[in-house]
Write a protein that binds this ligand. Structure first.
Ligand code: GLC
Length: 534
């Protein structure tokens, strides 16, 4: 595709908002949609991103903070109303921002009407909308599948005498995507939001929607990445996710969003657990007729050193079919905060990495000011995963956005003790207001890089070429027509000299924009440059 890179979801930058934690307008200590709308000008004009992705705001009992949906086509009263959502979309579009929403197809809430019907009797017409199995001999579980949040993936339902499947919490029963009525009903929910003007969908654990039709046992594993509960990592997950039939569902979803209103360019980005590259690229579809983007979490998984990071980028570039567009992400609502994972110094290099690679960057709220993973006292813990599996809590990366140094950090007028999660300790020093006025702040660096990325086709759509750099430095070029830019990032822990020639377009430490470099340049740990060679 010669024009690859020209679509908004290719050259644009996506910003993830966790609505509970962005801006509270009611004083109840929980963020809401009106709050998001009020902050859109910060995102569009101050920061300079192109799209927002909103984590779930649908009706939900909040067992998994909205990833347990009780009504796919309504806003939870905690977050506001459908009118508030419509107003958000209008304002976002007025500011030139695209709106991507979360879609949670693998499971609903156990309070969804569909599940209430399905569980009401064995012969209810919606019985087969979920995955029910009778107990084995002596009440045995239907198979050895385990929930990602720990414990068996099956819960026995006394009134109807069968088990139902839940890949996550028991309050999140898995929908049966082999039932065409479920597929139709879920497609209707996509249409509903397209009609309300959304520009794309982030598809929650989309690789899980189709399992082995025979529900065979998973074999034990010898080595697993360790992202989930210990019991989950004890198995090879060959049967409880990513059945090959899934690709047909992706093709159907793709046509649904492509054909709905061909004048609107919409995007599907799927949450896919890290897989070997050859399997991962299949999610784009054999002909580019699958997902627009399967999320690429490899930079989160990778150890933070130049060799490993370069390895991820080069492997991805080599694995991608010509029609497929890359993407990168360094943080989200399930992962340890970037600045805590790599350290404050390297967070500057991380900003430059994310915004200079070839591919769509997704930026997690608060990472632009270097928010840290917060320590959550045991009595304030919220995340059900962390409450079930100590040490796995995700609350620390979901704390309220730090806007300013006022007692509620500009997030809320509620008392600190009434915020749904406590503020990170350093909020009075680390916030948008203090960083905005400081040209040396991380926020200023993000703003400069976002502007540069938008202005330079070499960065937002040009090709990528790795260069040989000294140990510790990731060195690469971005090329577009006659433009050639060099990016140099010291991802190590000691200063390194690099040969750099050209005009500085951006740099991480201080402001050397416009300066001519002519040869040896010393890069401190976490320091980086973008240089125009020609
Ligand atoms: C995804 C979400 C995570 C949620 C899970 C279950 O992994 O990112 O937050 O808990 O799905 O829906």
């Amino acid at each position: 595709m010669s024009d690859i890179g020209h679509l908004w979801w290719q050259h644009g930058v996506v910003y993830q908002i966790y609505p509970r934690s962005f801006q509270d307008t009611t004083g109840n200590g929980i963020g809401d949609l009106r709050g998001v709308t009020g902050r859109l000008s910060y995102l569009a004009d101050v920061l300079g991103v192109d799209a927002i992705w909103l984590s779930p705001f649908f009706r939900s009992p909040m067992a998994d903070f909205g990833y347990d949906v009780a009504d796919y086509v309504d806003v939870d009263p905690i977050f506001g109303t459908l009118d508030d959502f419509d107003a958000l979309v209008v304002e976002a579009h007025r500011l030139g921002l695209k709106v991507v929403i979360d879609w949670v197809p693998n499971h609903s809430s156990d309070r969804h009407d569909w599940f209430l019907e399905s569980s009401s009797s064995r012969d209810n017409p919606k019985r087969d909308w979920y995955i029910w199995r009778p107990p084995g001999a002596d009440g045995a579980l239907p198979n050895n599948w385990v929930s990602l949040f720990g414990g068996p993936a099956w819960t026995f339902h006394e009134p109807t005498g069968e088990y139902y499947l839940h890949s996550f919490l028991s309050q999140q029963p898995d929908l049966n995507w082999r039932n065409p009525e479920v597929v139709d009903a879920m497609h209707d929910t996509v249409r509903f939001w397209m009609d309300r003007g959304v520009d794309g969908f982030r598809l929650d654990v989309i690789h899980m929607i189709l399992k082995d039709p025979q529900l065979r046992d998973n074999p034990p594993s010898t080595s697993q990445p360790g992202w989930f509960a210990v019991e989950y990592d004890a198995f090879e997950h060959v049967h409880d996710k990513a059945h090959p039939d899934i690709h047909e569902q992706f093709r159907r979803l793709r046509s649904l969003v492509d054909d709905h209103d061909p004048s609107v360019e919409r995007m599907l980005v799927g949450e896919i657990e890290p897989l070997p590259w050859a399997e991962w690229v299949e999610f784009y579809g054999a002909e580019g007729d699958g997902l627009h983007l399967p999320f690429n979490f490899r930079l989160i998984e990778s150890s933070w050193d130049a060799g490993s990071i370069k390895g991820v980028v080069d492997e991805l570039e080599a694995a991608l079919p010509s029609f497929a567009w890359p993407n990168y992400v360094l943080g989200n609502h399930d992962q340890t905060r970037l600045a805590s994972r790599v350290g404050d110094q390297q967070a500057r290099a991380a900003a430059m990495l994310l915004l200079t690679l070839r591919g769509t960057p997704t930026l997690y709220y608060g990472d632009e000011i270097g928010m840290h993973q917060a320590d959550i006292p045991p009595d304030r813990q919220q995340d059900p995963f962390g409450r079930r599996v100590p040490g796995e809590g995700r609350d620390g990366c979901r704390t309220p956005m730090q806007w300013d140094a006022t007692p509620g950090a500009g997030f809320s007028t509620a008392d600190a003790s009434a915020l749904w999660l406590p503020l990170a300790e350093d909020f009075a020093k680390r916030n948008v207001a203090t960083q905005l006025d400081d040209p040396g702040s991380l926020l200023s660096l993000y703003r400069n890089l976002l502007r540069l990325r938008r202005a330079e086709p070499a960065l937002n759509r040009g090709s990528y070429r790795p260069l040989d750099g000294p140990d510790g430095v990731f060195l690469f070029e971005r090329l577009h027509e006659t433009t050639e830019l060099t990016v140099a990032l010291n991802l190590g822990s000691v200063p390194v000299s690099v040969d750099l020639t050209g005009t500085v377009l951006a740099n991480t430490n201080g402001d050397h924009r416009g300066k001519e470099l002519d040869g040896t340049t010393e890069l401190l740990p976490g320091e980086g440059f973008v240089v125009r060679v020609r």
